[in-house]
Write a new protein. Structure first.
Length: 222
């Protein structure tokens, strides 16, 4: 018995040591994990949204647009800040720059309406040009001009139809105020079963026309 007792004590000590080394439960519960908020600043709004979707357990709460002299449509801030920790299911807010509407100092009357910056149309054209893999030089522009969307509607057998008649006169300038294009003018007519969609389709077609003209001008300049 005296010979067996030390062996038993040794076995008990070994089992106890093995329990603390291998048998202690691992901390794997999601509540104990630490997540770091990615950096969305500098991305386009579309790019930031895709990055949020790819970030596990982070949810986009809202997008706040702020007047800024920086590139319109880019993320200029976020909350929580990049690198902050968050728990699964937490929200992130994105702050996106947009150019305020700036009137041309020219005459302002019914015969000569003011020329305005067109930030929404500018961003649509930029996205089209980016998808065509154009140079950064081609993307250095802002659009000015006049857009006159006239909306109407009518009832049909298939439902209520909304019509947008978009009359336009548009110029393109570089950031150094050098004219690149224009004016181009004309009218586009689009319809849809949603009023905003009809207007969006008209703007998209105009953006495609402007992008085509800018690419042609760029090729001519060589």
């Amino acid at each position: 018995m005296k010979k067996i007792l030390p062996i038993l004590l040794l076995l008990i000590a070994g089992i106890t040591a093995l329990y603390f080394v291998f048998g202690k439960p691992a901390v794997s519960d999601w509540k104990d994990r630490v997540y770091s908020v990615p950096d969305f600043v500098g991305l386009s709004l579309e790019g930031a949204k895709k990055k949020v979707e790819k970030t596990k357990d982070l949810v986009l709460d809202k997008v706040v647009r702020r007047k800024s002299t920086r590139t319109s449509g880019k993320v200029i801030g976020q909350k929580p800040a990049p690198g902050d920790s968050f728990e699964p299911g937490d929200n992130v807010t994105l702050y996106v720059a947009y150019l305020p509407v700036v009137e041309d100092p020219g005459p302002k009357n019914k015969d000569h309406p003011p020329i305005l910056l067109l930030p929404e149309l500018t961003e649509l054209v930029r996205e089209i040009l980016k998808n065509k893999h154009t140079s950064n030089e081609t993307l250095d522009f802002v659009l000015k001009g006049r857009l006159d969307p006239q909306e109407s509607s009518r009832s049909e057998d298939t439902g209520h139809v909304y019509i947008c008649q978009l009359t336009y006169q548009v110029y393109a300038f570089t950031s150094r105020h050098v004219r690149l294009m224009g004016p181009i003018d004309g009218s586009i007519r689009k319809w849809a079963y949603d009023k905003d969609l009809a207007k969006g389709l008209a703007l998209k077609e105009l953006a495609e026309r402007i992008a085509e003209r800018l690419m042609l001008n760029c090729q001519e300049r060589g």
